[in-house]
Design a protein around this ligand. Structure first.
Ligand code: 5GP
Length: 179
């Protein structure tokens, strides 16, 4: 699989260290609070799985699946919920776990949708942030790494549903997209 990678943006050691730091910060910020972590399928799965095991308070987690109309490299902003939460969130402090914030359109939609359900609070943690491409004013409360405007794969992020299982974040060789 490594043959397809042009360069590594974030390596396994950096991921481990940063996820531990985020877990510690979240543990501190949500001590004694009823925390519900909401993972966004499919990209956030590896990050969520690592992050929750670095959080040292009892938490719940659930998932949502959304589809942004358009291709994986160019999201249009229109979002449809494919899988919704199992229960109401009125008594919860909610933390959305996302793989990457790019234009910010997906998160803006999710944030507004979930705020409408009146949680006690709502924050966002994203593993990657690509601020150069932002189209809306959305700022993750916790962020793993800021990356340049390149199409990242690995650690949950795909190209045509492949490469989500790479244990680090990389950029594909140009010929992979041209196939
Ligand atoms: P946004 O709505 O912020 O533009 O994009 C959110 C979604 O687009 C992410 O959850 C992810 O699925 C996809 N996306 C954005 N940038 C990248 C990227 O660099 N690599 C991959 N694989 N997906 C991306």
């Amino acid at each position: 699989m490594e043959r397809v990678i042009a360069k590594v943006l974030v390596n396994e050691e950096q991921i481990k260290k940063r996820v531990a730091e985020l877990g510690e910060q979240i543990t501190h910020d949500y001590a004694d609070k009823n925390l519900l972590i909401i993972g966004i399928f499919k990209g956030a799965v590896p990050f969520l799985a690592d992050l929750i095991r670095q959080i040292r308070i009892p938490i719940r987690y659930d998932f949502m699946a959304v589809s942004s109309y358009g291709s994986s490299t160019n999201s249009s902003g229109a979002v449809r919920i494919l899988k919704d939460l199992d229960r109401s969130i009125e008594d919860c402090h909610v933390l959305i776990v996302e793989d990457i914030v790019d234009t910010g359109l997906t998160l803006q939609y999710l944030k507004e949708n979930l705020l409408g359900r009146q949680p006690l609070s709502l924050k966002i943690v994203t593993f990657l942030d690509k601020p150069e491409r932002r189209k809306v004013d959305i700022h993750p409360d916790y962020n793993g790494f800021v990356i340049p405007n390149e199409f990242a794969v690995g650690y949950g992020l795909d190209y045509n549903e492949l490469y989500r299982n790479l244990p680090y974040i990389g950029v594909l060789k140009p010929e992979i997209y041209e196939q």
